[in-house]
Write a protein that binds this ligand. Sequence first.
Ligand code: F6P
Length: 373
Amino acid sequence: MGKKKIAILTGGGDAPGLNAVIYTMVRACQGMMDCELVGYKFGYRGLYNNDFMPLDRNTTSGILHKGGSILYNSNKDNLFDYTVVENGVSVRKDVSDVAIENMKKEGVDVLVVLGGDGTLTSARDFARKGVQVIGVPKTIDNDLTATEATFGFDTAVNIVTDNLGRLHTTAESHHRVLVVEVMGRSAGWICLHAGIAGSADVVLIPEIPYSIQGIVDKVAERESHGKPFTIVAVTEGAVEKEGTAVIGKIVEDSPDSVRFGGVAAQIANKLEPLVRHEVRHCVLGHIQRGGDTSPADRILSARYGVKAAEMIRDGQFGNMVCLRDGHMDFIKLEEVVGGGSMGETSAGGAKTVDPNGEMVRVAKAMGISFADA
Ligand code: F6P
């Protein structure tokens, strides 16, 4: 059997750990088979434009710890519904055959796709068209049902936890209430885990609708215990009882156009007239995805990378690597995708926090309020 050509791309938003998967795959594949690796840039857009770079020990040297992706990311380019300009007019069309032709021309045998639901849905569709595809799941939101853990989540939890600690000291000095908005879309995992680790007083997650009065009550309770400051951690997609999520922005050309944002500011405005303290808000935003990848995420990514390499060696295409019962395994792409968005919200449906689950019980037992009374 001749030399295998393996192409990798990183679709959707970036997540710390993408580079660690790329780093590991290069070394694992080269150790397991006679092969050459390339990386398409900006996700599927690179596949359409035939824009790629060689991936070898040299081009991937020193990237294991780095967040982001050396192959860049895009959460806008779905080649099955792609915007092209024809006769000066923008039209949307299926250009997947152009991508397949590009891969044929370059002699690419295997396409490895690192992404969330939207990226993996396209991966499935390429598999249906005969491309030998392997999926690797990623999202900082940790909301994929098809795998027990996604890389990027631990890093985000570390960053939020660290920032909650920083906010404590300034909140205490000024006797303020600080409302901190964290990512996670409609899943409260980052907020809940960091809220527990970072001693938030109130944790607001989309799975448990909150009331402003519930927050007021917690602020008052803390005051009665001699604590004139309060830290409220809120997931960007959290909803007030009988309310709706706060949308920050609609990105028209993105398959998943909704970008959450603004809930912390809204809560701060409603809260301030009802408490004796100044209430300020803070949005951690993309800081949560930036910088170095945590050691736990590097290790998880390395495991994903090696498993993907083994699957290429063993010809197990049309599947996504997953973590099951603590072990690396794989699952059919046909079974994991569904949401169909490049916003990377879910694979196999969103995995959300169980309001009656252990983590919520732990938080409550620690005295954390969900402001849901
Ligand atoms: O899905 C990952 C995530 O970071 C979400 O937590 C967040 O809502 C979204 O991506 C932000 O997307 P963008 O980078 O396009 O603003």
